[in-house]
Design a protein around this ligand. Sequence first.
Ligand code: MN
Length: 714
Amino acid sequence: MSSNTQELFSKLETAISYLPKTSQKKIRNAYDFSAQAHLDQKRQSGEPYVNHVIATAIILAEIKLDESSIIAALLHDTLEDTSIIAQDIIDNFGEEVLFLVDGVTKVSQIKLKKSTINLGSQQLVKEMESLRKLFLAMAQDLRVVLIKLADRLHNLSTLQYIPESKQFRIAKETMEIYVPLANRLGLWQIKSDLEDYCFRYLYPEDYNILYSEVSAKTVKGQKYINRAIKKIRFQLDESNITYLEIYGRTKNLYGIYQKTLLQHKTIDEIYDIYAIRIITPDTQTCYTVLGVIHNFWKPIPGRFKDYIAVPKPNGYQSLHTSVFALEGQKLEIQIRTMEMHQHAEQGIAAHWLYKEKGTSKKEFNWVGELSRLKDLNITELSNELKIDIFKDRIFVYTPKGDVRDLPKGSTPIDFAYSIHSEIGHRLIGAKVNQKIVPLDYSLQNSDIVDILTSKQSLGPKRQWLDIAQTNFARTKIRAYLKKNNAKQNILIGSKILSEELTRLNLSQITELPATKIKYLLDKIHLKNIDDVYLHLSHGDLSIKKIIRIIFPASEVLQSKKPIRKNIDKPSIIVFGQNQFLPFKLSTNCCQPKNPLPIVGYITRGHGITVHLLGCKNIKDKDRARLIEARWAKNNPHNYTADLEIFCDDRVGMVHDISEVAMSHSINIISINTQQNSDKYGKIIITVSISDLDQLSSLLRKITALPGIQSVKKL
Ligand code: MN
């Protein structure tokens, strides 16, 4: 073994220390096997050929690939360039390694033709696209792509030994086929390295100019970065913040070139030639560190990006900010956790490395990304990508045949939100393989999912939060409920108050002098009248209290006779937030009749009108004003009962209780939940019942639910 080879090989041995001892031993065997096979071969540089395959394996060990990939990297040129045959590889290393080596050999045949380079730009783009597809189709396994990328990276690093006539073609081919693949797979380091090598051969003059410009800055820049890091360390230590690493990085040359070119900037105008990266133990600390930095270095407006809360489409997460640092110089700072960092460095490989830990379920749609490049149907694709990362994912189709990649257990709700949040918000039902399914149906591989939407949808319901499996869908639902409920509840609250004031023959809020309103707001510690309505609709402020404050001398409260208007019209129930509401029937347009589906519409100033669900008069109206309504089954002589339920504070409890009530055709008039301690909750529900038998049956059923401590009638 030459000393050079020896040195490389010990570097590989260090790099594979993340693998178990048995794997390390097999890798050493593979090295011996490969060294023997390439024994008399030399690279164009004059080095022993085996150096190339060790270098390739090191690149892959740096992104922590599995044993088979490292072995295949060591053997990747044996089938083509030596006397080794397939059976030799099977005998020594098994089918899987052969499959990978064979894959690398096949994709190596994909080459950019000279004639292609000279094509017009539009045709060139098309040709390149199909070459990338072909590449993926032939690779069959993602690890083949990764090995090939590493192989190409090392070849480029020794491109100066290749005849000049070939250099340009190889650089061009790399830039057009390999760089986009590295980018798609999220392998930033490999991508930047490939780019810088290609840059040198594709635009030699620009490269030389930029190279000397940047080098001139490097020494000065490095000193500056070191001082900046020292300052950050000091400040973080002062604030007692734990961090894992802080270091400076230089943007890759081609990246700088692109910025100068595309954004017409001079090199002095680019903030992120140098950046400082801070690695933290957890997400919370990222934000704490950001706060500390912004406290001593002023942030540059518009340069802060929160890719943690809103990851890039390929899953990249980090906080980026640019600040006026020491001596007022602009400096980019990136803050991320170790896991985010590994993810950014290892790209797609991180997905199977970290899936075991299960700390976070990232929704990285890489199969979708791949299938966009590659015309293969998804079953084939998952059979061929023999990697186990599919274990906790499912693949389903849209009716148009597009593939969606979702976590296992996802429901039609998750699917709808994965397409578009508006689709989710308008969801009224779902068909799977042409059959209607319940919304909590658990999607299966290769299901064709058709989401039924309606403009008249009432928007997501609170129970959906229990059904949806993805954080993505849940976040969207929560945001919608928060926004729309507030709007709707203000309307509801104002309506409730207005009706009561009319009934008591008192002035409306709008007719009161401003001083009186201010007096009211001060008394109940609220900021504005909308807040009053909001609290009214939530039931944590009583009408009685408001009236007592505004009309203290009024005798009217003596004659209080709370009237529920819908007792006169018992056949319909209109639901507000946890309560049912007064309404009018639409008489001019659709004239609803039982049992046709109906919907409430909150008019401006005239309360709620009930229409048929399909009525054309509400078709184009603001959806936030629609409110759930349905025909009541109970008779007009119902009475209400309050039930007090002590139960475990578990997800879905309220949902289960309402289900039980609904299955008994009992209407719930209101539900109030309180948390008593960390573990137990108290729920008070008001139900409308027809007789005591019905009530005792309901009590029995609720008691039987999991997690119920006690139920009693108040
Ligand atoms: Mn090679």
